[in-house]
Design a binder for this molecule. Structure first.
Ligand SMILES: Nc1nc2c(ncn2[C@@H]2O[C@H](COP(=O)(O)OP(=O)(O)OP(=O)(O)O)[C@@H](O)[C@H]2O)c(=O)[nH]1
Ligand SMILES: [Mg+2]
Length: 346
């Protein structure tokens, strides 16, 4: 399960946005982090469950962590840092409602705080690695070199994610989990009426925040949090009146999946129909491993049919009869919407 950390300036609406996504009803203020796990809505699971009369529908999950605000110039507390280091992606909330709103300045402040936190962590580590390298430790020397280069990037005012790093370098970074390396979604918290109007600004600011092409969303967080308690149809109707056609949760999930390079494959049967999250580029045995390590270890082959083909013919058996079921081996790269049955022996 991936984690998205919600951060941003104080009072930007982080907790309101968290509530809009999770309907957790967390109260504003207070220093503690709010945490909620939400199912990733996926109608494919529902359709498959209907098709095979599954006893259970199981969705992929995403965890949201709402941490306290990053005030300009105060540095990040150990608690905030700890929470943010754990997450896979960030959602940076900036206030875009009210006369005095200046989301661009807020985002710049947050970017600076995150960069300073990284600089401090990587700077200290660079020094230690340099000392170790002096005694002839080659690995330490390579690490010191990388950390110094990273510090230069940060000092030049660029987030680490703006550079391209080799796989080995990314592996070294993993020990420090730098915040500016994490994919970051820019979220403008707008008033009820102007989300649609501010979508363009959100996209613009996202690029400024992430030079390699960032994702930005404009969300009327308070409105979305309020409709959270309503029946889905009524909520959608009310949101549509304000020009919001895609709710905050599906929009954030789609952005998170793109930023994190994830895709969904499915399994189905009488027991359950289920969606699984996996990284793009994963092989069939890796997908099997997401289900259970035994399935990866004993992987023989995967029977695969695309969701659309399966729905088109009406059932797993029909897909087989129609020759739509492919048999794939261990080098097969899983595609979005693959419905898979893993053959294995342990
Ligand atoms: N008018 C208006 N008020 C909002 C909106 N979003 C949040 N607020 C209000 O702004 C205040 C702060 O919102 P929070 O969601 O608690 O902000 P926060 O970023 O979590 O604040 P901290 O965690 O204290 O940094 C609350 O009183 C909210 O009701 C909005 O879209 N419109
Ligand atoms: Mg809050």
């Amino acid at each position: 399960m991936k984690q998205v950390g919600i951060t941003g300036a104080p009072y930007s609406g982080k907790t309101t946005f968290f509530n809009a996504l999770t309907h957790a009803g967390a109260s504003s203020g207070g220093g503690r982090a709010n945490v909620a796990v939400v199912p990733v809505p996926d109608e494919r699971v529902d359709r498959l469950a209907d098709l095979h009369e599954s006893r259970k529908s199981v969705y992929a999950q995403l965890k949201f962590v709402d941490v306290a605000g990053l005030a300009r110039g105060t540095g990040l507390s150990a608690q905030i840092l700890g929470a943010l280091r754990e997450v896979d992606a960030l959602a940076i909330v900036a206030r875009a409602y009210g006369e005095d709103a200046d989301p661009q300045a807020e985002l710049a402040d947050v970017a600076l705080e995150l960069a300073l936190a990284d600089l401090q962590a990587l700077g200290g580590a660079a020094e230690r690695a340099t000392k170790k390298g002096r005694s002839g430790d080659k690995a330490a020397r390579a690490e010191a070199d990388l950390l110094h280069r990273a510090a230069q990037v940060l000092e030049a005012g660029r987030p680490l994610r703006a550079e391209s790093w080799e796989a080995a370098e990314l592996a070294l970074f993993r020990n420090y989990a730098p915040l500016t390396l994490k994919p970051s979604l820019v979220v403008l918290n707008t008033d009820d009426e102007s989300a649609r109007q501010q979508a363009g600004l959100a996209a613009e600011l996202a690029v400024a925040f992430n030079p390699q092409g960032g994702e930005g969303l404009a969300v009327p967080a308070r409105l979305e949090a309020e409709v959270g308690g309503m029946a889905p149809g009524d909520a959608a109707e009310l949101l549509a009146e304000f020009g919001v056609t895609v709710g905050a949760l599906p929009a954030v999930i789609a952005a998170a999946y793109r930023m994190l390079g994830l895709l969904t494959f499915l399994t189905t049967g009488e027991d359950e129909s289920r969606a699984w999250e996996i990284r793009r580029g994963a092989t069939a045995p890796e997908a099997a491993g997401a289900i259970h390590s035994d399935l990866q270890r004993g992987f023989i082959r995967a029977e695969v049919v695309s969701y659309h083909d399966l729905i088109g013919v009406g059932s797993w058996e029909a897909a087989k009869a129609a020759g739509r079921l492919r048999v794939e081996g261990k080098d097969y790269l899983v595609a979005e919407g693959d419905v898979m049955n893993i053959r294995f022996a342990v």
